[in-house]
Design a protein around this ligand. Structure first.
Ligand code: NOJ
Length: 749
């Protein structure tokens, strides 16, 4: 009897081993994974799928979390990965515990390294405004280098959710509203984080999150339900995730929201059909913080055990700080509610990454204190934050060349709650917030002006700006100045997770402060420069109309003050373009450039019966792709290699870009396409190409884009991918609302 049982067990193990998917590209690793899985007990397998937080919460603390002895669990092989660990000391200590477990399977250490580690880069939405893929990749590269030197193996970034509602606080963490730009940025960030590949000591595993639809939360309220057509999902929300897979991303995180009623964490269509089968993803799929357990509150699972079964059966591998797997999965397998094969496959994905990182050869290889010191103190990293920050800033308006400022200016009145802010410039999701080392705008301006020039700093109020008692001093400061710079906007904690707002005006009475200072300045004939600091588009139409110049500086990071001063004084010619529309009013939200035309577009149809607001233009305050420079660019001589495209041919569109101003500068040229007649209505325009070019004054460059069938394809109503024959409209411009060149071409059958 005993013999038979053993034999059966071996058989079962063997058949499980055979049904395991081939992990990663490396056959040797796949073999090691299979061998290890066969040695593991059921409990040890479940352990690999259990992720716990070390210290510092990034979500609500559950009762299970409070009660569990995490150190003991690690020693017992009941934990596979730990989140929110950020130093060599800490990672060594925890890894030593894992080395006391029976099979000595090393832990993975994960952390939200979102926009920098020790050196803080602009918030991701700000970086996206650079439209500079090299800069974005470089930023992620440096963050990865620093994180990996501190023992971190895995970042929960990039967030590649498309977001079109600025009320949602996490709009700050993504790349904005557009699928094409978002996909390019997803690739750049994954490449930056993962560098030359897993296992390199300066590389971390990247995570494409949150899969999927999280950015479309109803009414901009975080965690809210998402209901959208599958066509829309595939056209707009999924492309950046697919791009991340193509770039080799190591892991995916699913999302908190329901998608058409089914929680993403328990969504087999997303995780199994699309991600694993259609896209061939072979990395780890992790839940979000307790998102397995939250399926109970969603009304999708009866209890924690049911949630665990639904999550793993739908393709979720790791349970993040949720205790749904640790408490139930072994039983569920014994009861046959989760198959041994499903469990082994999930464990295999996790072990593969541990092998690829080299942790089985040396579990401490990322935890070297001397390297940590050297890397974190590398001065080139800090310099890079300044470079990326200035590239991210968007000059929205510059009447009468109010900018750049001259360094010989006698006196600048710097006014506003963010004038001398440091912590706020870092934004949310900092690992080591180090406000003392942040350069404020006041520091930046002082460091740039000529000797003898004065910079006075008057806050007027704090960021919440409920108290107007400081306004008089602010107005007074205008008198002695030649120019006024107002630094307004939001603090670091206004955007990020769970930071949704129903009003995204300038906080409190900041608009009133602006108006009083502006009136005094203009009465005295002094220009007013408005510097906007925020992780989201704010509603500030009135101030924008009245300021002479507006610079949208986002939350620019450690060297933010220097970067802003570089732009304000013209040491750097601004080159950023909006990756997201800035609305005139909240009533226009959601607003984005790639909308459908309706049957009654205005002005084509008279306004009275047209698709228009009675109290506002349809157009935004500043459109997607908008951003000025201190020089000007002319677009000319458009040529198409052919006006007909057939089969697998390519069509080349080219034109001259000419720097017609007096300064060297960069321009982001944008290619938009429209399919005016299709089996499913297509947007009025869609970004399908862009390039950032640098030109000396008076110089021209011939720019070209290639168009092929794939670029004209879309998901049809039945979700099939393909292009439809007929006429296409091509637009080239400096912004989505500033089209300079247009042409038509035909796609043959
Ligand atoms: C919840 C957030 O949604 C996710 O983006 C983050 O990575 C995890 N918490 C871990 O902190």
């Amino acid at each position: 009897m005993k013999r038979t049982l053993t034999f059966l067990a071996v058989l079962a193990a063997l058949s499980t081993a055979c049904s395991l998917p081939a992990y990663g590209a490396d056959a040797a690793i796949a073999a090691r994974v299979q061998a290890l899985v066969q040695q593991m007990t059921l409990e040890e397998k479940v352990g690999q799928l259990n992720q716990v937080v070390a210290s510092g919460l990034t979500g609500p603390e559950s009762a299970e979390s409070k009660n569990v002895d995490k150190r003991a669990a690690i020693k017992a092989g009941q934990v596979g990965s730990v989140l929110t660990v950020k130093s060599v000391r800490e990672t060594r200590e925890l890894q030593q515990l894992a080395m006391q477990s029976r099979l000595k399977i090393p832990l993975l250490f994960a952390l939200d390294v979102i926009h920098g580690f020790k050196n803080v880069f602009p918030v991701p939405l700000g970086e996206a405004a650079s439209w500079d893929m090299q800069a974005i990749e470089h930023s992620a590269r440096i963050a990865a280098t620093e994180a990996a030197a501190s023992g971190v193996h895995w970042t929960f970034a990039p967030m590649v959710d498309i977001a079109r509602d600025p009320r949602w606080g996490r709009v700050m963490e993504g790349a904005g509203e557009d699928a094409f730009l978002g996909s390019a940025i997803a690739r750049a960030r994954v490449k930056g984080f993962q560098g030359k590949g897993l296992g390199q000591l300066d590389s971390v595993m990247a995570t494409a999150k949150h899969f999927a639809g999280y950015g479309a939360a109803l009414a901009g309220r975080d965690y809210q339900a998402v209901d959208m057509s599958l066509q829309q999902l595939h056209e707009v929300y999924l492309p950046p995730f697919k791009a991340a897979v193509e770039a080799g991303v190591a892991s995916f995180m699913n999302s908190f929201n329901t998608l058409n009623g089914i929680p993403a964490t328990g969504n087999a269509m997303l995780q199994k059909d699309i991600l694993r089968q259609q896209w061939g993803f072979d990395g780890i799929i992790i839940s979000d913080w307790q998102s397995v357990a939250e399926m109970v509150r969603h009304g999708f699972a009866a209890d924690l055990g049911d949630a665990a079964a639904r999550a793993i059966n739908a393709g979720n591998n790791i349970d993040m700080e949720g205790y749904a797997y640790s408490g139930n999965l072994a039983r569920l397998v014994r009861e046959g509610k989760v198959s041994q094969g499903t469990l082994d496959a999930a464990v295999g994905y996790v072990l593969t990454k541990k092998f690829e990182l080299g942790l089985f050869d040396d579990p401490y290889r990322y935890s070297d204190a001397a390297r940590e010191q050297a890397v974190l103190n590398d001065p080139s990293h800090r310099a890079a934050t300044r470079d990326v920050a200035r590239k991210s800033m968007v000059l929205l308006k510059n009447d009468n060349d109010a900018l750049p400022l001259t360094k010989q200016v006698r006196s600048i009145a710097l006014i506003g709650p963010l004038a001398d802010a440091r912590r706020d410039l870092e934004g949310a999701w900092t690992v080591y917030s180090d406000p003392e080392h942040v350069v404020s705008l006041a520091d930046g301006l002082r460091g740039h002006v000529a000797k003898g020039s004065r910079v006075t700093v008057t806050q007027g109020c704090d960021i919440a700006c409920t108290d107007t008692r400081g306004f008089a001093a602010a107005v007074k400061a205008v008198r002695a100045a030649d120019v006024v710079v107002l630094a307004l906007g939001e603090g670091f904690d206004y955007t990020g997770e769970a930071r949704s707002y129903t009003s995204i005006d300038l906080p409190g009475r900041q608009a009133q402060l602006f108006e009083q200072v502006r009136a005094a300045a203009h009465a005295a004939g002094k220009p007013v420069v408005l510097v906007m600091l925020a992780g989201r588009p704010l509603i500030f139409a009135d101030a924008a109309a009245k300021a002479d110049a507006v610079l949208y500086a986002w939350l620019p990071g450690t060297e933010g003050g220097n970067a802003m001063a570089d732009v304000l004084f013209g040491d750097y010619n601004p080159s950023g373009k909006l990756p997201i529309t800035i609305p005139r009013s909240l009533g226009q939200v959601p607003i984005f450039y790639s909308y459908l035309n309706t049957g009654r577009p205005v002005p084509e149809v008279e306004a009275l019966y047209g698709s228009a607001y009675r109290d506002s233009p349809n157009t935004p305050l500043y459109a997607f792709g908008h951003g000025l420079s201190y020089t000007s660019f002319k677009y000319d001589n458009l040529q198409l290699s052919s006006t007909r495209l057939s089969g697998n041919d390519k069509l080349t569109v080219s034109f001259d870009l000419h720097n017609s101003g007096k300064r060297a500068g960069e321009e982001v040229v944008q290619l938009y396409l429209r399919d005016p007649v299709a089996s499913i209505a297509r947007p009025v325009k869609e970004l399908k190409g862009f390039r950032k070019l640098s030109l000396e004054p008076g110089r021209s460059e011939r720019v070209s884009f290639e168009i092929d069938r794939d670029l004209l394809s879309f998901h049809h109503a039945d979700l099939k991918w393909g292009a439809e024959a007929g006429r296409f409209e091509l637009m080239i411009g400096s912004a989505s609302d500033d089209i300079r060149l247009e042409a038509n071409f035909e796609l043959a059958d």
